[in-house]
Design a protein around this ligand. Structure first.
Ligand code: UD1
Length: 345
């Protein structure tokens, strides 16, 4: 029996597609809306190959409220929403701030406005550890103060969190969970879905796997003079399938009324900090493939070190990351090889 119908905005993207798989595996029916601005409709086939179920797919833009209204009318009974639809490149957001504020905030406002009208109760928001800025101490808890965002992208995450807080405070009947992701990496172990960045990757792992397969000559390590044991930055790298499962738990929690709080926030990370150099080493050990790399200067705007205190997610949400970094690296590598086999890059 179905556990309910969930709308996944941005469902053909990296995290959205993995979350759709986990939702379907858990017994939810999924409706995806995506404008394919940074993904491909073939992803729906990959989801179907993994789960045996084809989610409903609507190609459309969530900034357009009439498109969304039609979607709700044509798919009655949507109980929850997971909102992944957003622009997400830090560097691009500095170049195109209006686009970032317009997209990310309008999408949220449209969804929050339509939810009570269609009796949709639960909302999961994709937030980011970027809301913390440079932490005063690690691991960082959800109660740490948020600091001024270092990019328009980060600012939209902070503003969206505030909007959700205000809407709930105003007496809206909805419940919401903010999931603050750390650094999502890896791919589904079947290599049917994964991350497919447009152009030259900005993020570490896609750049690393493209270097390993020979598309890029060498990986630049941005700085080895940070105040960390090996001098490179430290992050909390979270497996994307583990991350996807946190969304299923968040929805279960809201739809089963497991908490009296209308708004909750959880850090979604492993609790382990790994440096950039340690990550490269983990990849090489897990796959046996060398990654040519070279230390270069620092990248502007980078945080020195941040990793999660996932206590609340572990003990209150009932979720824990359990994939090893080696398995995650192998999944990323298998996906990179699959991209080549399919001639996608
Ligand atoms: C950033 C955002 C985060 C967002 C994520 C995905 C901030 C503070 N963080 O994370 O909110 O969710 O992007 O878009 O805005 N690195 C290299 N060489 C490379 C690429 C990266 O050394 O070629 C290093 C970076 O300097 C950094 C680490 O790898 O120390 C991780 O970088 P990246 O994957 O881009 O993610 P973040 O910047 O941590």
């Amino acid at each position: 029996m179905s556990k309910g119908k969930i709308l996944v905005t941005g469902g053909t993207g990296f995290i959205g597609s993995h979350t759709t798989v986990e939702l379907q595996n858990a017994g939810y029916d999924v409706v995806i809306i995506d404008n394919l601005s940074n993904s491909n409709a073939d992803v729906v086939d990959g989801i179907e190959r993994i789960t045996g179920v084809r989610p409903v797919f609507v190609e459309g833009d969530c900034t357009d409220i009439s498109t969304l209204t039609r979607l709700f009318e044509q798919n009655p009974g949507i109980q929850g929403i997971i909102n992944f639809a957003a622009s997400k490149a830090v560097g691009e957001s500095v170049q195109k701030p209006i686009m970032y504020y317009r997209n990310n905030i309008n999408i949220l406002l449209n969804l929050l406005e339509l939810m009570p009208r269609f009796d949709t109760r639960g909302f999961v928001f994709s937030s980011s550890c970027t809301v913390y800025g440079e932490p005063d101490q690690n691991p960082i808890t959800e109660d740490a103060p948020t600091k001024k965002a270092t990019s328009p992208y980060g600012a939209t995450k902070q503003i969206c969190e505030d909007i959700i807080r205000d809407v709930i405070r105003s007496g809206s009947p909805i419940k919401a969970i903010l999931l603050r992701y750390f650094n999502p990496i890896g791919a589904h172990p079947t290599a049917e879905i994964g991350e497919l960045p447009n152009g030259v990757p900005q993020n570490l792992v896609p750049y690393l796997t493209q270097t390993a397969i020979g598309i890029r000559k060498e990986l630049s390590v941005f700085g080895n003079d940070y105040n960390t044991p090996d001098g490179s930055c430290i992050r909390d790298f979270i497996n994307v399938c583990d991350l996807a499962k946190a969304h299923v738990r968040a929805l279960d929690r809201m739809l089963n009324n497991e908490s009296d709080d209308a708004l909750e926030t959880f850090n979604i990370g492993t609790g382990q900090g790994l440096s950039v150099l340690q990550l490269i080493d983990a990849f090489q050990r897990a796959t046996g493939v060398e990654v040519p790399h070279r230390i270069v200067g620092r990248r502007e705007g980078d945080i020195e070190q941040i990793w999660a205190d996932p206590y609340r997610a572990n003990h209150i949400l009932g979720w824990k990351a359990d994939t090893s970094i080696e398995d995650t690296m192998r999944s990323a590598w298998k996906w990179q090889q699959r991209i080549r086999e399919r001639g996608l890059m």
